[in-house]
Design a binder for this molecule. Structure first.
Ligand code: MG
Length: 643
């Protein structure tokens, strides 16, 4: 009995220790391509939109070879990592609606091209981070199509599905809500026609339509005179089979039902044919009219799915958060992750981590910890250098972001830029360092080795230069602040050239292609004409800014070089210094046996910053004079001293 009890206790301890130490999905060491250069965890990262960065083959789409051709540019900018916009096969130009997590977007090149990019970047000490979209897939992903069209599909568990969402939420059956009942910003969507293929037979003599499910091939008529109108503005032409009898067969995707139109281009009186509001029964002729013409609902399924963003991005379902790693969706996503880690990818940027479990930090953190631990274990098992890098996106205030450091080594610090632009706008620098130190103390309380991913704007935000009134002096100041701050700076494609743009009219306006030469073409195909070509003047090009010593690009290069040469800046800790001048931000950076003093003037006035004992000026921007201990800062200027 005693021995049995001992054995039981021993087994429990063993089980507990296994649970704590070992990932759920250990994978054998191996892999072919893990890079061997030493990563710089806090090094500068370049955020790159693959579709609009550089086009090697002239098809109008940026591509992997285009990035390879411009690695020298990125090296000169001092970056030690590149975050690529999503590169997996997808539905849209931006890629946040993945249809195959294990395949590359065919427009960007082959797996060999991608591998070459990883290897050639690695040879320059530059890591490659992939954008990994875990919250949702694209609605055209075969997993989703199978899940909603077949009740017995093994992919049914991959998505958040319900016949009666309100009852299931109230009963706590929707794991995606993370134990809460708040759906956050998402919504339930009717499964498009139950994913059914439907045959429509129109009797134009008797003005009836008969709808049936079918396994026959899709059949439409491009030269039609009568159309089926359904879903999100879709038109499918009827084909006349015999006198007055028309037919069409479609994969029916519509949340509202269908109508019949006799004009493809307008809703003139009488061209819209619908029902009288009564229910349609499959297989029974249904009378249509062109006076009341009510939407005709098709009773194929009451199944609904949940999507945090749009209906084209159904949320993935990882089951109860504590055991998310055991879910089929997790295992499938992880299997794809292994493929890319094997190929030599050094990190992931995780999209929309706040919405994996609807704005429930505890659930999201539990999930992210499982995801990170599994990826990091696999990376190390393949001989990866240091830890696998992973940064999460939670597009929210610092108070919302902070708890996520318990799940991931790095999080984007959106408040950093929001605070910086606010202070520059108010000509107030004296509380910048202490406020930032406060953010960092919060992060540190959640994770000792936290990496504060600081940035100006990104692909989802109004451009930094726009927020800085397209004022070059302010843009240089913001760049100098970013590159002298503690943390891991991210530079967003075009920011180093002073690109401006707002999302008014489309996100594309903040995702503009790089203009490499004064007169050359830029990759425009992805952006649907939503490009401010007046901004892309010869003078904003890389070629022009290369040649101009006073350009924003050269300022970025100079401050990046100083950051990379000084461990106090690259990986040091910040101490806020009290500033007696309202517009001046002051802090010390200490690390690697040195201490630097950093000063920035957030105003258009020349000010005396105060008296400081300095040893040597490392770099400055704008007008800075040092007379003994007295430091005078001109408009929007910056300076770094060794002390
Ligand atoms: Mg191309």
């Amino acid at each position: 009995m005693k021995n049995k009890l001992f054995l039981l206790v021993f087994c429990c301890l063993l089980a507990l220790s296994c649970k704590d130490d070992r990932p759920l999905h250990p994978t054998p060491p191996g892999g072919t391509g893990t890079t061997t250069h030493t990563s710089v965890p806090a090094g500068i990262t370049y955020q790159l939109n693959v579709y609009s960065f550089a086009d090697s083959d002239g098809d109008g789409w940026g591509d992997f070879k285009g990035i390879i051709q411009h690695l020298d540019y990125l090296e000169a900018l001092g970056v030690s990592a590149i975050w690529l916009s999503p590169v997996q096969e997808c539905m849209s130009y931006h890629g946040y609606d993945v249809t195959d997590y294990s395949a590359l977007n065919h427009r960007f090149g082959s797996e060999d091209d991608f591998k070459n990019l990883i290897d050639q970047a690695g040879a320059k000490g530059i890591d490659i981070y992939m954008d990994y979209v875990l919250n949702h897939s694209g609605s055209e992903n075969p997993w989703f199509r199978a899940a909603v069209s077949d009740p017995n599909s093994p992919y049914r568990s991959y998505y958040v599905l319900s016949e009666d969402p309100s009852a299931d939420v109230a009963a706590g059956k929707i794991d995606n809500y993370g134990g809460g009942t708040d759906k956050g910003m998402g919504d339930w969507h009717p499964v498009p026609g139950g994913g059914e293929r439907l045959h429509f037979s129109l009797d134009w003599n008797n003005k009836t339509v008969t709808v049936t499910t079918t396994d026959a091939a899709v059949s439409t008529n491009s030269g039609a005179s009568i159309w089926l109108y359904y879903g999100d503005g879709q038109l499918a032409g009827f084909k006349e089979i015999s006198g007055g009898i028309y037919e069409v067969t479609v994969d029916f995707t519509s949340s509202w039902g269908f109508l019949i139109r006799t004009s493809a281009s307008s809703w003139e009186d009488g061209t819209k044919w619908g029902g009288n509001g009564s229910a349609l029964t499959l297989g029974t002729p249904y009378p249509i009219n062109n006076t009341t013409a009510a939407d005709i609902k098709v009773p194929v399924s009451s199944l609904q799915y949940f999507a945090s963003f749009s209906g084209s991005m159904p949320d993935l379902n990882y089951g109860p958060y504590a055991s998310a790693g055991s879910s089929e969706a997790f295992k499938a996503l992880f299997a794809s992750a292994i493929k890319w880690i094997d190929m030599g990818v050094n990190g992931f940027r995780l999209d929309a981590v706040q919405w994996i479990y609807q704005n429930q930090p505890k659930a999201n953190v539990a999930f992210l910890k499982q995801w990170y631990d599994n990826c990091n274990f696999a990376y190390k098992a393949r001989g990866g250098s240091g830890d696998f890098f992973m940064v999460g996106e939670c597009l929210a205030d610092v108070s919302v972001v902070t708890p996520y450091f318990e799940g991931l080594p790095s999080m984007f610090d959106f408040s950093y830029w929001w605070m910086l632009k606010d202070r520059i706008g108010k000509n107030r620098g004296d509380d910048f360092a202490s406020t930032l130190a406060g953010f960092r103390n919060g992060f540190k309380a959640k994770r000792s080795g936290y990496i504060d991913a600081i940035k100006l704007s990104n692909h989802d935000e109004t451009r930094a230069a726009e927020d800085l009134d397209r004022n070059l002096d302010k843009e240089k100041l913001a760049a100098a602040v970013l590159l002298t701050s503690p943390g891991k700076p991210f530079i967003y494609q075009g920011e180093e050239l002073g690109y401006w743009g707002r999302q008014t009219g489309g996100d594309e306006y903040v995702r503009t292609p790089i203009k490499w030469t004064k007169s050359g073409q830029v990759p425009l195909a992805a952006l649907s004409g939503k490009v401010d070509l007046s901004m892309l003047s010869p003078s904003i090009s890389v070629e022009a800014q290369d040649a101009d010593e006073a350009s924003l690009l050269n300022l970025y290069r100079a401050f990046a070089a100083v950051r990379n040469a000084h461990p106090a800046l690259l990986e040091g800790e910040m101490t806020a210094v009290a500033s007696s001048t309202a517009s001046v931000a002051i802090w010390r950076m200490s690390g690697g046996g040195e201490t630097l003093l950093v000063l920035h003037n957030f105003s258009s006035s020349t000010v005396v910053a105060g008296n400081y004992t300095t040893v040597e000026q490392i770099i400055s921007n704008g007008s800075v004079t040092t007379e003994g201990k007295k430091i005078t800062l001109g408009p929007w200027s910056s300076v770094v001293y060794k002390i």
